[in-house]
Ligand binder design. Structure first.
Ligand code: XBP
Ligand code: MG
Length: 261
């Protein structure tokens, strides 16, 4: 007998919405301009910088590689935190203008899971206000309350690919990894979910299409919609054309059966 599915845990950036190229990246650049810095993160460079999760960590990584002289600034941690606060302000403004839509199938799946009484949760490295503002602007002001747990930002010190945020969310949910499925878009995210023992479905984004997704249950173009099914890049989806509550329940059931045979 498999495990009944009790919760689905969603990553945010790249999974709920395509936030990186036209959201976080221009927000970083706006903060740099405002601070009088000559830094400009182009589309390709940003793809490289995404190897490091967390905005503050990404700024520091960039400085180590491309602007080492700036590491000698006094009060470096506070300076980075201030720069990142400005970036968050720009990113929130962009979200509030409704410039970042949810990816295909996301709104439908969230509603179906709620209707099926399957819990929904968030595990992300991004800043908490970014999550609630994205949800409110895309799904309405009550939508953050739909989630049983929102794990975000600095709530755990070690960000993805460390599994800590997923362990934190599982503990808050009061569930075992076997009772949950994770949805991610990146290799760092997958490394985090696998280390936490979670079965994972990947929906790729432009920045993550070429990542190594070994260990994922399935790698899909997106969650799909009945009128626009997903394409399967890897894995066996047992005839499903879009990710719905029924597909996830069946997947978790099979997972349990595989383990017990
Ligand atoms: C998302 C991130 C975040 C965002 C920026 O990774 O790496 O750092 O790019 O957010 P994941 P902040 O999708 O794997 O959680 O600037 O708010 O940190
Ligand atoms: Mg992501």
């Amino acid at each position: 007998m498999g495990n009944p599915l009790r919760a689905v845990i969603f990553d945010v950036d790249g999974t709920l919405a395509d936030t990186e190229r036209d959201g976080h990246r221009p927000a970083f650049n706006a903060a740099f301009r405002e601070a009088g810095l000559p830094w400009e993160w182009g589309v390709e460079l940003y793809g490289e910088l995404l190897a490091v999760t967390g905005g503050k960590e990404r700024i520091r990584h960039y400085m180590e590689k491309y602007a080492p002289a700036d590491l000698n600034r006094s009060g470096l941690d506070d300076w980075i935190a201030g720069l990142h606060q400005a970036k968050t302000r720009h990113f929130l403004a962009l979200l509030e203008r409704g410039e970042i839509p949810l990816r295909p199938g996301v709104a439908r799946l969230l509603r179906e899971l709620r209707a099926a009484k399957i819990k929904i949760a968030i595990a992300t490295t991004t800043t908490p206000e970014n999550v609630t503002t994205l949800l409110k602007s895309a799904l309405g002001k009550d939508s953050p309350g739909w989630f049983d747990v929102i794990g975000a930002g600095d709530i755990v010190p070690a960000k993805k690919p460390a599994p800590d945020i997923y362990f934190w969310v599982l503990e808050q949910l009061g569930l075992a990894a076997q009772q949950c499925i994770a949805l991610e878009d990146s290799e760092n995210g997958l490394r985090a979910t696998l280390a936490a023992g979670l079965a994972t479905i990947i929906t790729v984004s432009d920045y993550t299409r070429s990542h190594d997704f070994t260990g994922a249950v399935a790698v899909l173009s997106d969650l799909g919609e009945p009128e626009r099914p997903f394409s399967v890049l890897a894995g066996n989806v047992h005839g499903h054309g879009w990710v719905d509550a029924q597909m996830l329940v069946a997947l978790n059931q099979r997972k349990g059966e595989e383990v017990s045979t």
